[in-house]
Design a protein around this ligand. Structure first.
Ligand code: SF4
Length: 387
């Protein structure tokens, strides 16, 4: 079902701009991107056009902007400026907005970091993944460990303080010693925010094919769990708050943009494959650069709507809240959905609290780290059946 999603007149909270290009395809990645960089300039024009097409009068208020990808750091300075100016022209951007750009270390140097600062970026999310060059090669990343370390220096010198880094665990050929080395280097950098993910093998990726063909051994579920536990323990010892399954923050430097997703605030996604949520329904743009560009050429921004039933909304609330420190708010759940979830699952909630998987705080159910480890199973038990 394809139709226009009328996000107009809604108060938006976040704006996501997808930059669907990468220099190389990482062996594990199933995001939407292309390595055909020749249409980059045309894409910037297309994104600017979609920003204009989806704007409204009065202008929607924006509290967070996130350039994600793909690889947004691939953008030329002028292209980023065009997008930032377009956003400021058609949206009411809060003076205290969080403006994040995802960056790969090999794109970062002193001049680049300074130009991002001038463009109005105030938060960087840097894709480090590991500090081990051998593993970076296995992942087919385009940077080296040295470049990763240097990139942090450059962005700090340019005046960035709000910096996040991505790290991965449960990597092929990686040992616990290697993970501990990565974490030691990362702790020395003392960044305010970290996103740390376990590798998952997705279909239609190089790793997915290697797995099917038995070309390489990948870490087992037990390795994954042991690695995740190491990550949690090291970060807690270093004063990070484990505030979401994969996210850690020091001194409350939570990602405002991602927190807004988890709180189910409305957001607008711009670019091929980008998702939007208007508070009621979800929608996404087509994940095909050429078709997307043709749509922009004729000025017809189509969203593929994913209507959510009431039960799907309830289950989404359960899942997004339990993955974060916000927790499942019993009162809010009843206000929104007219169901007393605590009463509906009284026995199970008592049981997971007794087993140390969850705890109750101010009428909210929150998962402990042991609960994070089996959050999918816990959520599945709390979900309401979809008829
Ligand atoms: S740089 Fe990021 S988006 Fe691009 S292929 Fe690698 S993991 Fe995927």
């Amino acid at each position: 079902m394809i139709q226009l999603l009328l996000l107009h007149h809604k108060k938006l909270s976040g704006l996501y701009i997808h930059i669907p290009f990468c220099r190389k395809a990482c062996n594990y990645c199933d995001f939407h991107f292309s390595t055909q960089l020749h249409s980059l300039n045309r894409m910037v024009k297309g994104l600017a056009k979609e920003l204009k097409l989806r704007s409204s009068t009065p202008k929607s208020s924006i509290d967070t902007i996130y350039f994600g990808g793909g690889t947004p750091s691939i953008l030329a300075d002028q292209s980023l400026n065009i997008l930032m100016e377009t956003i400021k022209t058609y949206y009411n951007v809060s003076t205290s907005a969080e403006v994040t750009l995802e960056a790969n270390p090999d794109d970062i140097d002193s001049d680049k970091a300074k130009s991002w600062k001038r463009a109005g970026i105030n938060r960087l999310s840097i894709g480090i993944q590991t500090f081990n060059d051998k593993i970076l090669k296995i992942l087919n990343r385009s940077h080296s460990a040295d470049q990763a370390l240097k990139s942090i220096e450059w962005v700090r010198q340019a005046g960035f303080h709000n910096i996040s880094a991505d790290l991965m665990f449960a990597l092929p050929d990686a040992s616990d010693i290697l993970l501990n080395t990565d974490l030691k280097i990362l702790m020395n950098l003392d960044l305010p925010h970290l996103s740390i993910y376990g590798l998952t093998i997705e279909d239609k990726t190089v790793f997915g094919n290697w797995k099917i063909q038995n070309k390489r051994a990948f870490p087992s579920d037990a390795d994954y769990e042991r690695n995740y536990r190491i990550v949690h323990e090291v970060l807690i010892q270093n004063q990070y708050e484990h505030y979401e399954i994969s996210s850690f923050a020091k001194n409350k430097h939570f990602s405002r943009h991602n927190s807004s997703y988890w709180l189910q605030n409305p957001y607008l996604g711009i670019g091929p494959g980008a998702h939007s949520f208007d508070g009621e329904n979800r929608g996404h743009n087509i994940s095909n650069n050429q078709i997307y560009l043709k749509q922009m050429d004729i000025g017809h921004a189509q969203l593929i709507i994913e209507p959510l039933s009431l039960t799907e909304k309830m289950n989404e609330y359960i899942m997004t809240r339990l993955r974060t420190h916000f927790g499942l708010d019993f009162e809010q759940f009843e206000e929104k959905f007219h169901r007393d979830i605590r009463n509906d699952h009284l026995k199970f909630i008592d049981q997971i609290c007794l087993e140390g998987l969850a705890f109750l705080e101010k009428n909210k159910l929150k998962l402990t780290f042991a609960g994070f480890l089996i959050s999918d199973e816990i959520c599945a038990r709390l979900f309401y059946p979809i008829s």
